[in-house]
Structures are given as structure tokens and as C-alpha cells.
Design a protein around this ligand. Sequence first.
Ligand code: ATP
Length: 251
Amino acid sequence: MRSEVAQLRLEGVSLAATIGSQYLLQDISFEAFPGDRIAIIGASGAGKTSLLRIVNRLSEPTAGSIYLEEKEYHQIPAIQLRQQVTLVMQESKLLGMTVREALQYPLVLRKMPRSQIQQQIAYWMERLNIPEDWLEKTELQLSVGQKQLVAIARALATQPKILLLDEPTSALDAGKASHLIEVLIQLADSGQTTILMVNHQLELAKQFCTQVLFLQAGRLSQNASNSSQLDWDKLKANLIQAETKATQEWH
Ligand SMILES: Nc1ncnc2c1ncn2[C@@H]1O[C@H](COP(=O)(O)OP(=O)(O)OP(=O)(O)O)[C@@H](O)[C@H]1O
């Protein structure tokens, strides 16, 4: 049965640009419950990454409020918040660490016992088919897609309440992308993690999500809280139209 308490709730959230008078996000409201899988879609520049950043508190809304399990974000110290709300950027860095060190680092910060750290890392490496011989590699020895997988494993091992993924499949081949989506679905279905994922590949978004947020020029043009009732052909047509419009505006 669905929990009564939203794990994440945004109420009228806006974000003004730091330079200029443009709004990156305007009047965004939605809620997510434990285990929800939310696809954020929209043309380039629509505000998808800005939305993830604001949920991770890397940017502060200029209006509106965000709640984690009904607690207003400002009542939660930023470090504590980011231990529960984890963002994996599109281009993740291992910050000069080996893969082993990078996977261990956030778990050591969380004071997880050593044996549990090893267990968590081994579990997620196996789930994501990460070979053991990557452990001593640095990011210079990994491809963009391999780094992306390590960054996702690092985030999953921390068992976040909210996992924010910015185009996690952009550098993966079709087989690996599909496998990752399956792993994410199983994780969310276990009921402990709510996942918000930006994805330009509509087929993967469709495979993944229970809910769709469609952003257009910083506004939520569609909030389909039940993606199974969504007309995906219409959504695809709307997305192509939005992409064409955004491209014309850039020229
Ligand atoms: N700090 C900032 N100040 C001013 N404008 C910004 C700032 N950050 C982003 N932008 C602009 O805000 C808009 C939204 O950017 P955002 O990165 O959120 O889009 P996006 O939907 O994730 O795009 P993409 O699919 O290309 O990654 C863009 O027009 C971008 O140029």
C-alpha cells in the first residue's frame, strides 16, 4: 500500500538565473512517494538538470518550498540532506581516487563498519556487472561509460532515500543501459528509494518510469502521475515539437 507521507514534495518552486532575468524553473509542484520512478523529460535547456540540482540543494529556490518526508529542506542540515538525497551528474569525477577509494569514500563518511562497506561495494559491483579488476584503476583508465557506472554504483551503495540521475545511460551501450534500468526498477520496487531520472531516450524512460515530468522552458507542461495511462506517441510528438522550438530559439 502507498505510504501517506510523500518522500519528496515540491510546492511552487522557482529558480531565477544568477545572471540575467531569466527563470530556469517556474512554479514547479509535484510529489513523489517511496518507490516512485520518475522520468524527467524535455528539450535541451528545458531545466531538467536545474531541477535535479535544486532537489539536491546545490541551488536554492528563489520561491517555493521543498520537503523531504514532510520536513522543509531548510530544517535539515545540508550534509544530512545530501546523505539522503544523492545526485549522480552526467559526467562524474572520481577526484583522483581509484575506483575502490571512490566507492569506499561516501560510506566511510557515513561511518559504515568496514565489513559492511566491503559487502555493499561487492553487492553493487556484481549487480552492475563491474569487473573486480577495475578496483585499482583511476578515472584516466576508464571510459566515460565505465565512469558513469562506477558513479552510479557509488551512489547506490549509500542507499539514498532519493536518487537523482542525470542521463545515467547516455554513455552506455543498449544492453548495459537496459540492464541498468532493470536494476533501478528492482531497487525502487523494494520500496526504499525514490528515483528521479533525466533521460533523453524516450524508450528507456518509458521502460523505467511510473511517473513523467515534462519540462518546457522551465515550466512543468505535463505531470503524469500514472505513466501507464500516458499516451506515449503524443508525448513523443510534443517532445519533438519542443526540441525543434528550442533549437530555433537558439539560432
Ligand atoms: N546559473 C545559471 N545562470 C543562468 N542560466 C543558467 C544557469 N544554469 C543553467 N542556465 C540555463 O538554464 C537553462 C536550463 O538549463 P539546464 O541545464 O537545467 O537544462 P537541461 O534541460 O538539463 O538541458 P540539457 O538536456 O541540455 O542538459 C538553460 O537555458 C541554461 O543555459
